[in-house]
Design a binder for this molecule. Structure first.
Ligand SMILES: CC(C)(COP(=O)(O)OP(=O)(O)OC[C@H]1O[C@@H](n2cnc3c(N)ncnc32)[C@H](O)[C@@H]1OP(=O)(O)O)[C@@H](O)C(=O)NCCC(=O)NCCS
Length: 417
């Protein structure tokens, strides 16, 4: 379909998800540590269409989120275009790379939703990838290219502090910890949430969730010698944790509360979803897995990133005349335990009973602290984790929300019939 032609869309023609998959997520120094985000993107794009026998030529647009440009800088720019071409999509496919920090692949979903609602596309792929272990150390032009005529070159690590320090902003871990304390969310509460995140993942895995064929795809990593390495399971979940061990960890980057235990790692992985107009799914004989009811961006004061998922959810539900009582399950990305807890506290409106009740139906199969947070891939990941759980329960309504650096946010409302 020509994306410049605006065709009116019948109001009741839903946007549905028909395929959703991700790679297992890898540890910073794990199996994917030298696999580029571009290669991860190619794998997930091929898988998401092949699962439903969809001809890539039928895909009008690909929106692709990624947010550590230093990682793909070594392969030059336009990763979305490189990925679609390498995945065998036709040369006339329209693609766009999105950087809205950790929100990026949920922003990709929103852009796809909008393109379909606006009548500019029938079939869209929303995807995202990040490979944090593959991030090169960089030498700045000021110090290296133009500065060092003779002598040693100093390398810099863009992953250090994961903040925007060069432009005067604080590390996200510091902001999140300070804002958590303002809300009365203590270090102990954050450690406990993190411990539960791992426990919930293991419980889910034991129950057959997070397996290849459903949310996960198998990844084969060619080795210099011998057979390829096979990755079929998320690497980050940790067993044998205790609150005592976690309490001993030192806070990172000057944060009052955030540690390696109650933060996610620096992970690698990719995720993708095919979304389309319901009538198109009917025409292709594809079963809708879920309906996207609404998408909602938000932004706030840079320091208060931990609150933004709550703003995005409130804004979205308010516009639709709904409340959290209409929602069965919630996913709020564990950018840190502090973020999920602060946002839930805001949503509970300082009602301790409601706060507890919301915690019980949030990230029920564990979150990013256990699963990993390959930042550009996480928005689509939480949307599909939510969808698959609603499907297992035989239907329902769910909301997923994520925050991003400098206080950006996205939320999505989905319904499984
Ligand atoms: C926190 C961070 C710096 C840790 O990096 P790392 O040192 O490579 O991480 P490790 O997994 O080796 O963990 C560090 C130590 O904590 C320990 N640890 C981690 N999680 C633990 C837990 N739940 N319980 C007990 N110990 C734990 C590890 O065993 C390790 O101990 P060791 O040094 O004795 O081996 C890194 O993961 C990070 O920056 N995370 C935040 C990512 C982020 O900000 N994302 C964006 C959000 S917006």
């Amino acid at each position: 379909m020509d994306s410049n032609v605006v065709v009116p869309v019948p109001a009741r023609d839903d946007v549905v998800i028909v395929s959703a998959v991700r790679t297992p997520f890898g540890n910073f120094d794990g199996a994917l540590k030298t696999t580029s985000s571009i290669d991860l993107g190619v794998m997930v794009l091929k898988e998401v269409v092949s699962r439903i026998n969809l001809d890539p030529a039928a895909v009008d647009e690909v929106y692709y989120g990624t947010c550590i440009p230093a990682e793909y800088a070594i392969y030059t720019n336009v990763p979305a275009r490189q990925i679609t071409l390498l995945a065998g999509f036709p040369t006339d496919n329209i693609s766009l790379t999105i950087d809205r920090a950790c929100c990026s692949s949920m922003t990709a979903l929103r852009q796809g939703f909008r393109a379909i609602k606006a009548g500019q596309a029938d079939i869209v792929i929303a995807a995202g990838a990040e490979s944090m272990g593959n991030t090169p150390l960089i030498a700045s032009a000021e110090k290296a290219r133009w500065g060092t005529r003779i002598g040693h070159i100093q390398l810099e690590d863009v992953l250090f502090e994961l903040g925007y320090g060069r432009k005067g902003f604080a590390p996200v871990a510091t902001d999140a910890g300070e804002v958590a304390l303002e809300h009365g969310i203590t270090r102990e509460m954050q450690d406990e949430w993190a411990l539960n995140s791992h426990a919930r993942w293991f419980e889910a895995f034991k129950a057959g969730k997070y397996r290849v064929g459903e949310e996960l795809m198998k990844v084969e990593i060619p080795q210099r010698k011998g057979d390829p390495l096979i990755l079929e399971k998320d690497e980050p979940p940790r067993e044998n944790l205790s609150l005592e061990k976690m309490a001993k960890l030192k806070p990172i980057y000057g944060s009052p509360t955030v540690t390696a235990g109650n933060a996610p790692g620096l992970n690698s992985g990719a995720s993708a979803m095919v979304i389309m107009r319901r009538s198109k799914a009917d025409e292709l004989g594809l079963k809708p897995l879920a309906i996207i009811e609404a998408c909602q961006p938000a932004a706030g004061e840079p320091k208060y990133m931990a609150e933004v998922p709550a703003y995005a959810i409130q804004k979205m539900l308010h516009k639709r005349g709904l409340s959290l009582d209409d929602v069965d399950l919630i996913e709020i990305n564990e950018a840190f335990a502090a973020v999920t807890l602060v946002s839930l506290k805001k949503l509970a409106g300082d009602d301790p009973e409601k706060f507890k009740a919301l915690q019980a139906r949030t990230n029920v199969n564990g979150g990013a602290i256990a699963i990993g947070h390959p930042v550009g891939a996480s928005g689509a990941r939480i949307a599909m984790t939510l969808m698959y759980e609603l499907m297992r329960r035989g239907g329902g309504t769910g909301v997923a929300a994520i925050c991003g650096g400098l206080s950006q946010g996205e939320a999505i409302l989905i319904k499984v019939e």
